[in-house]
Design a protein around this ligand. Structure first.
Ligand code: ZN
Ligand code: ZN
Length: 346
């Protein structure tokens, strides 16, 4: 059996004919297996969705109760048979509820990892390595220039700036699902105990994290705060809000942005970011390459991001590798957050 007999890359996502399902399809399908709740992977309108309970809950928050015809929750480590294929979900370490999906037919094992990172994150289960024959990997930061350091050092930079400028608000742009809650948890871990202020677009998802047992300390809505109260405060917002009229309610705000892209100085400057924080929910170059090798896979399929560089690297390591030209996966970090802000229904 060849891997292509099990999973077929199509423009709208990876399809398993034997199992009758797609993984993270970008167009409505009969049966979808969803790796995690980010909007480019988890879309509304499928006939049936199989995902972790957290991912289903996040989709419900985002799209409303009727986001799919039917839903089924699966635990990490649980295996179910779908027609001619066995599927098992395992933690991907990306955001709350994120999963890699192992698809097995006979003795052939393919892992679709969705988005992942292998460094610790206090807000989600750690990445679990699954030995496999074919590893399907993202490549958001698939260039050697992307090497991310210690996130605690980035948070220390933020807290140092808060100390230096007690009259200014610190406005941190962070993607609403995952990044924002991780940044808050890291700030708490560093010992900061004051209230943290939230943009309206990230309130319900952040409250959802709390209901799932992630401790984030006291949080307040920006809209309920007086301008004077925001002096010296830390507030989180979707990246796009940094440039919006919304940000004018803050006293002389220090503009900050938590993203792997902040590794590129020019990018920070372009966006007018005064205090770039290199904090990514995706694996960096070392994370990607080490993971591919550690799976023992003889073949790698590369989905979105910097496919070419990673495919090339795989070939130099003696692996078979191919880019999957799936249209519609973006990078959440890069999104300007407009759809996030718009969907205040969240
Ligand atoms: Zn993602
Ligand atoms: Zn993605």
């Amino acid at each position: 059996m060849r891997p292509e007999d099990i999973l077929v890359p199509t423009p709208s996502g990876v399809c398993c004919k034997r199992g009758g399902f797609h993984i993270d399809p970008t167009r409505p399908v009969q049966k979808a297996l969803i790796t995690h709740g980010h909007s480019d992977h988890a879309r509304a309108g499928h006939g049936a969705v199989l995902a972790t309970q957290e991912t289903l809950d996040i989709m419900r928050l985002r799209y409303g109760d009727n986001f799919a015809g039917a839903t089924q929750a699966i635990h990490y480590g649980e295996t179910i048979t779908l027609d001619g294929a066995r599927v098992t979900f395992a933690p991907a370490g990306h955001v709350l509820g994120s999963a890699q999906i192992l698809v097995e037919c006979g003795s052939l094992r393919i892992v679709a990892s969705g988005d992942y990172k292998t460094v610790p994150d206090p807000t989600c289960a750690p990445f679990e390595l699954i030995p496999c024959d074919v590893f399907i990997t993202e490549a958001t930061f698939g260039l050697p220039v992307f090497r991310f350091g210690d996130v605690d050092a980035e948070i220390a930079k933020l807290l140092h700036s808060v100390e230096l400028f007690p009259e200014r608000a610190h406005l941190v742009g962070a993607y609403s699902l995952g990044k924002a809650q991780r940044v808050i948890a890291l700030i708490r871990k560093a010992g900061y105990g004051k209230p943290i202020y939230l943009h309206g677009a990230m309130e319900s998802i952040t409250r959802f994290y709390e209901r799932r047992g992630i401790v984030l300390g006291e949080m307040r809505a920006v809209r309920d705060a007086k301008k004077a109260e925001l002096a010296g405060a830390i507030a989180l917002c979707p990246p796009s809000a940094l440039q919006e009229v919304w940000s004018r309610r803050f006293p002389d705000p220090v503009s900050s942005f938590a993203s792997g892209w902040m590794r590129v100085r020019a990018r920070a400057r372009q966006r007018g970011v005064e205090l770039p924080l290199v904090i990514s929910d995706h694996a960096d170059w070392d994370g990607l390459t080490a993971t591919i090798l550690a799976t023992g896979a003889s073949e790698a399929w590369v989905t979105h991001g910097q496919e070419d560089a990673l495919v090339h690297w795989c070939v130099t390591q003696g692996l078979k590798a191919r880019p999957l030209d799936i249209v519609g996966y973006g990078d959440e970090d890069e999104s300007d957050g407009v759809s996030e802000t718009a969907s205040t229904a969240l």
